[in-house]
Write a protein that binds this ligand. Sequence first.
Ligand SMILES: *Cc1c(COP(=O)(O)O)cnc(C)c1O
Length: 422
Amino acid sequence: MINLASIQAAESKLLVQTYARLPYLFVRGEGVHLYDADGHEFLDLLSGIGVCALGYSDPAVTAAIEAQSRQLLHTSNLFFHSGTAELALRLTERSGLDRVFFCNSGTEAWEAALKLARAHADHARSNGQHVGTRFLALEHSFHGRSMGSVATTHKQKYREPFSPVMPGVDFVRFNDLADLRAKFSDEICAICIEPIQGEGGIHPVSQEFFATARALCDATGALLLADEIQCGFGRTGRWFAYQNYGILPDVTTVAKPMANGIPIGAMLATDRAAQAFSPGMHGTTFGGNPLACAVACAVIDEIDRRGLLAHVTEVGTYFRRGLDLLADRHDSIADVRGQGLMLGLELATAELAEAVAASMFNQRIILNRTSDTVLRMLPPYILERRHVDQAIAALDRALEAASSASASGAVPTAQSGEPFHE
Ligand SMILES: *Cc1c(COP(=O)(O)O)cnc(C)c1O
């Protein structure tokens, strides 16, 4: 018998304690819903932190896993297989970039981007150009947990326990053009930008800031790196969030939703940037394996076949309007941000956000709290208007209850003191 209490007890003894899990045990998923061991249905507005874009038990995903697992799971990058070029063709056609490096996670994709930026700077120097070795990243950024990624991640609690991390990173105030210009020089090999910051609280970079970063890089030969691990791959209604700005980065990274839960990541680059890597300079055993590639191709084809980018825009706009109307009615909502199905509701205090998140779980709706005060929604792309209506009604009740509780001084009941993270 699968039982939450016994699994909790076993994990507390057996696992390295890196996660503060919420006390839920899911055993099955179907469409936009997860089911716990007692058969309770939860509406999932988080999709495994932006991963399960096609929801759960999607027939095309299941068929791709089944067919590929009967044929070939893995051969290594010593040999060719048909899936890597098929997936790379789909990604380059949609991104406007020329070449792809495959890996297994977001942080690995970002790590590849950082290494490529350093290799590219080295390449430029050997051609008599001066490009330094330093990076500019943004305040409130999140780029992953490996040593390079964490060095470009702003939040101190992720970096400090591991210092010294990779040196040579300066943080620019978010959307502050003067700070960007002041900190940029020919010592910079790359500017790192999430077009919409995810973990930092759903903050879209401004058009002027992104365009200025592009122009500064163009002037010195530094690379513009766009981290689209959370905001890319259709999440905002376009394949890549930078396409909402009409700006092409030199390098982008994708991962989370690429294969609907099968681990995969990719770094995409222009020909000019990609030529800094030559055989042997970088690699990974599992990267671009036949299973992950086959499933990612199936996900892309399914998004196209079902017109899900237009659907994300349509349902996302509807969701956004619902949140804006809630904000008109509830003073506790400080801001509504995001695009497509990447949405954030900023509340006045962390206590309110915690109480509202807890109330949503009690109403069997899954979302998460990030950066203390922000409720984040990254639902599957197959979300329908009726699910949005259900979520808005539940948020309305949760906000009502949380505000009257805080007005009466009652302590909110929450499942976890810590917001959960990527
Ligand atoms: C999740 C995330 C990462 C890290 O991805 P992992 O697969 O967890 O390593 C990097 N950048 C952004 C923007 C992310 O959202």
